[in-house]
Design a protein around this ligand. Structure first.
Ligand code: A3D
Length: 320
């Protein structure tokens, strides 16, 4: 059986890391596409030359031609610009919307059967636009944000409790922005929900609140350190986790920006929700119950995403 084909649209910081991870994990052959001439070719060759030491079998190709992504099983989209210090994700909307148009059309014409994972910010609006421009089924187009935001939350919690992060689960829902919703009631250490750990004296409510806020600001904290771009190692790892769930039909329960029509009181929009990812793409949206407080935070986040989608429609009249 031929190896799966993984197309990476955007060969920048995240794109290059995705290519390296996909090759090291032998998820398939990799095509790196970018408009910047030389960048995808150089990264493909460089990563290929790590193969003999690492011992992986995967071919990598860099290209400026969409024809080379033909028949891709997975497309991961990072094309666009990242933010710099002082910018919010939403400041990227105008420029990245134009990029989503060309990428969506490229995928529509050359890889219409792919499972598409968007990473470009502002995430929830960009995945919506990418789906509109590509015309692919909703279940085959989703966005990576929740896995990353949850991983950040899990990392901070594991540090606070001095336990293995393997035993920390977390769910961060809503839009990928300042309004994201880390759900403490659905986040656990060894199955024990965080509010119970507060009662048990493992931490205080104040410390937990601070960790929740640090999670919300997790991207900005890294932008402030790097100064010239945003996080790329953990975002790439998170998207690879989703791609692997699809390629291996793992039925992983992962938070991602998925199309929600009916669940969680939503009627046809993309936002971060718990999902099941398997060979069918986003096979299920997990329709969790929220408390009044959680619902209010989620609604606030949903409204922020709706505002960005409306802004997209205002910029590109072909979107409705
Ligand atoms: P960067 O290293 O600048 O790479 C982006 C690449 O896209 C560059 O190589 C560009 O040449 C390329 N590009 C620009 N326009 C096009 C086009 N029309 N077609 C193809 N390629 C194009 O950025 P990065 O890899 O650090 O980040 C990529 C995106 O991911 C940004 O929008 C970030 O804001 C976003 N991001 C999202 C998360 C989430 O959790 C959702 C996390 C981190 C970054």
């Amino acid at each position: 059986m031929a190896r799966p084909k993984i197309a990476l649209i955007g060969a920048g910081q995240i794109g290059g890391t995705l290519a390296h991870l996909a090759a090291m994990k032998e998820l398939g052959d990799v095509v790196l596409f970018d408009i910047a001439e030389g960048t995808p070719e150089g990264k493909a060759l460089d990563i290929s030359q790590s193969g003999p030491s690492e011992g992986f079998d995967a071919t990598l190709k860099g290209t400026q031609s969409y024809a080379d992504i033909a028949g891709a099983d997975v497309c991961i989209v990072t094309a666009g610009v990242p933010r710099k210090p002082g910018m919010s994700r939403d400041d990227l909307l105008g420029i990245n919307l134009k990029v989503m148009k060309s990428v969506g059309e490229g995928i529509r014409d050359h890889a219409p059967n792919a499972f598409v994972i968007c990473i470009t910010n502002p995430l929830d609006a960009m995945v919506w636009a990418l789906r509109e421009f590509s015309g692919l089924p909703h279940a085959k187009v989703c966005g990576m944000a929740g896995v990353l935001d949850s991983a950040r939350f899990r990392h901070f919690l594991a540090e606070e409790f001095n336990v293995s992060m393997k035993d920390v689960t977390a769910f961060v829902l809503g839009g990928h922005g300042d309004t994201m919703v880390p759900l403490t009631r659905y986040s656990t250490v060894g199955g024990i929900p965080l509010p119970d750990l507060v009662s048990m004296g493992w931490t205080t409510q104040e410390k937990l609140d601070a960790i929740v806020q640090r999670t919300r600001d997790g991207g900005a904290e890294i932008v402030a350190h790097l100064k010239t771009g945003s996080a790329f190692y953990a975002p790439a790892t998170s998207a690879i986790e989703m791609a692997e769930a699809y390629l291996k039909d793992q039925k992983r329960v992962l938070p991602c920006a998925a199309y929600v029509d009916g669940a969680l009181g939503l009627n046809g929009m993309y936002v971060g929700v718990p999902t099941v990812i398997g060979a069918g793409g986003v096979e299920r949206v997990v329709d969790i119950q929220m408390s009044a407080d959680e619902q209010a935070m989620f609604d606030n986040s949903v409204n922020a995403v709706k505002g960005l989608v409306e802004a997209c429609k205002g910029i590109d009249g072909s979107l409705s």
